[in-house]
Design a protein around this ligand. Structure first.
Ligand code: ATP
Ligand code: MG
Length: 259
């Protein structure tokens, strides 16, 4: 994307974004609350349109509407309350194959069921297949949403603070799971996080969003930009490089550092 800009009404949210991301990268995105990270994800999803500039995927303009190539886990939960945990995850497999009824039958259904159950096992919900979302804790609902998105085997996975509601132990397990899936499925991932350490641990690249120009007379006149774009060499994960990069990020204003 080149000099991308996004406004809401008269308010500039994002401006002068220039970014090229290779397939298979894991981009962690950090920045102050309200600086436009979720907006950026919605642009990538095709749920929102840019005001100026363009986003290219494989050199082609991004489809203007969400599709199965882009999976998403929103900041707030996106599960269906009236379906069991298992059905919630099966649904992604059923809908494309059974457009009229939304249900599969016989062997196809059993295969979908097994695949969904295996994914739920991986996210630690193997014992909750027949529960309903409102019977789950916040962290369990979040894991359900993650399983739902991963089930679709998207090429691009968009994650908006996916681990915000999880306690540290489960968070660690989910980090390991996401890293494994990223490598196995060669996913391209964009993940918003408020936890800088998480961003550096998981990402192959860290993007820092920051509003550098502020006019107190006109709060909506300027938007946030990507002020740091830090590639992390995962193959030779040198501790000093990560420390250097972290120091650079901490120099940026308005960044919440949690470690
Ligand atoms: N649909 C919308 N209409 C108008 N303004 C919006 C809309 N969505 C977001 N905004 C504004 O855009 C700005 C960026 O919002 P966004 O949700 O992208 O921030 P964020 O970086 O994700 O914040 P947080 O870290 O708190 O989730 C905010 O000022 C918000 O009020
Ligand atoms: Mg947000």
């Amino acid at each position: 994307m080149d000099r991308l800009r996004k406004e809401y009404g008269g308010q500039v949210v994002l401006e002068r974004l220039n970014l090229t991301i290779q397939e298979g990268e894991f981009c962690s995105m950090v920045g102050a609350s309200g600086c436009g990270k979720s907006t950026f994800l919605r642009l990538l999803l095709g749920q929102e349109q840019v005001t100026r500039g363009e986003i290219l995927l494989d050199g082609q303009p991004l489809p203007g509407e969400p599709d199965a190539h882009r999976g998403v886990v929103f900041q707030r939960y996106s599960v269906f309350e009236h379906l069991s945990v298992l059905r919630n995850v099966m649904l992604g497999l059923e809908l494309p194959k059974a457009k009229l009824t939304g249900r599969l039958f016989g062997a196809q259904r059993r295969a979908a069921r097994d695949e969904a159950a295996a994914m739920l096992e991986r996210v630690g919900l193997g014992a909750a297949l027949n529960k309903y979302p409102q019977q789950l804790s916040g962290g369990m609902q979040q894991r359900l949403a993650i399983a739902q998105a991963l089930m679709m085997k998207p090429r691009v996975l968009l994650l908006d603070e996916p681990f915000g509601a999880l306690d540290p132990g489960i968070r660690k397990d989910m980090h390991a799971l996401l890293s494994d899936l990223w490598r196995e499925a060669k996913l391209t991932i964009f993940m918003v996080t408020h936890d800088l350490k998480e961003g550096f641990t998981l990402g192959s690249r860290v993007l820092v969003f920051d509003k550098v120009r502020v006019d107190p007379q006109a709060p909506g006149a300027y938007g946030a930009r990507i002020t740091y774009n830090i590639p992390l060499d995962r193959s030779r994960e040198s501790v000093s490089a990560v420390h250097l990069a972290r120091a650079a990020v901490q120099g940026a204003s308005n960044i919440e550092v949690v470690s």
